[in-house]
Design a protein around this ligand. Structure first.
Ligand SMILES: [Zn+2]
Ligand SMILES: [Zn+2]
Length: 383
């Protein structure tokens, strides 16, 4: 179990770790820059290095996720806004890579009614450009994936279904630097009922078939102020919303989910996640775990992506050598496991491609045709 939380470090990086410790979180999420301003954060390389080392050697916080700026809209028809968005995403990714972040969570944006098919290629171009143009991850540090967050579905938001997210990833030829962050509130608001064991299993199957479970790196763990299918983004404290503790337990207790970072973005008493919210979240996961460990019929399949199991020894060795800071054996294993997960993404993608429906293949194929990353990027610039 890894209960994390969105925290604020007052514009400073290392204090964010402390903010996580204070509420008992074991992962944190931070904004890479002021979330409602275009102004890029200016962290000196030493500041990023210091954070990375503090995170890597931290006794209790295992992962730092970054959340990208809310203003970004990769689906915008306004070329100026689109270009600004790509630039902003690129900067967010540079910072996240420099911090040694486990993932940069992104709201893709809204096509404002133009339709998903109209914007899929331009979004793929934006991803390809940001991934290519951002400062590279420092040597020996695992690369930071862009994690597409599912949307609640209001006003033409992109990522309202796993199908849309699949098309975006397919349009980037399954680039393994693209991953997924599922927000439990958004998923509920978009109409996916996962509040039973059968519902949770259905969700996991769909994620695996469409993008591969290895792309799923974290959850935003929130209850909902909005009813199922209400299409609005309104987070509630765990157990105080329309999903409720009972509705959340089957998902977060599932063997394939329970060890992923579950990041709280709940209101608390108005200032964000508190210690008691972390405690409430733990209780729900524990209740969910009981649900499965008591039921023998729905035993986890052998395909469970326990990255540790498949970690090649070679990879582990090279990681140890290139890691810039001293680590305990335990810690290194964890990090290695994380890195290895990425490797499996490609395999899974291939498999996924086979499984997709005819319709999907057609759409994906047309997107794939327009390869060479650089070519398409330039084309968009001219537009
Ligand atoms: Zn978000
Ligand atoms: Zn939200």
């Amino acid at each position: 179990m890894n209960i994390g939380a969105h925290v604020r470090g007052g514009g400073k990086l290392i204090p964010s770790l402390e903010a996580g410790v204070e509420i008992g979180a074991t992962s944190i999420q931070v904004f890479t820059q002021s979330p409602r301003m275009w102004k890029a954060s200016q962290y000196a390389p030493e500041v990023l290095t210091a954070y990375r080392e503090a995170q890597a050697t931290h006794p209790t916080i295992t992962d730092t996720f970054c959340h990208a700026t809310y203003l970004i809209n990769l689906a915008s028809a306004d070329l100026e806004l689109f270009e600004k968005s790509v630039e902003c995403l690129t900067h967010n990714l540079s910072v996240a890579r420099g911090m040694g972040s486990s993932g940069l969570v992104l709201h893709v944006g809204s096509h404002k009614g133009a339709g998903f098919d109209e914007v899929v290629r331009q979004i793929a171009d934006a991803f390809e450009r940001a991934l290519a143009e951002a400062d590279p991850a420092p040597e020996g540090v695992a690369d930071c994936p862009i994690l597409i967050e599912n949307a609640a579905g209001a006003g033409g938001t992109v990522g309202r279904s796993l199908e849309e997210i699949q098309f975006l990833i397919d349009a980037c030829n399954g680039d393994d630097r693209l991953g997924l962050c599922i927000d439990t509130q958004h998923l509920w608001a978009s109409g996916f009922d996962y509040s039973s064991v059968a519902g949770a299993e259905k969700l996991i199957k769909e994620i695996d078939n469409r993008v591969g479970m290895s792309r799923l790196r974290c959850f935003h763990f929130n209850d909902s102020k909005i009813e199922l299918g209400g299409n609005r983004d309104r987070h509630a404290n765990i157990g105080e919303g329309t999903i409720g503790a009972k509705g959340l337990a089957p998902l977060v207790g599932h063997p394939k989910i329970r060890n992923l970072p579950l990041l709280l973005e709940v209101p608390g008493s108005g200032e964000g996640p508190r210690a008691e919210d972390v405690v409430a979240a733990r209780k729900v996961v524990a209740a969910g775990i009981k649900l499965y460990d008591g039921v023998t019929t729905s035993a986890p399949s052998k395909k469970t992506p326990s990255a540790k199991k498949i970690a090649p020894a070679k990879r582990a060795a090279s990681t140890k050598k290139s890691t810039p800071v001293k680590k305990t054996a335990k810690k290194t294993t964890k990090k290695t496991a994380k890195k290895t997960t990425k490797k499996t993404a490609k395999q899974t993608t291939k498999k996924t491609a086979k499984k997709t429906t005819k319709k999907t293949t057609k759409r994906a194929a047309s997107a794939k045709k327009s390869t060479p990353v650089k070519k398409t990027a330039k084309k968009t610039k001219k537009k």
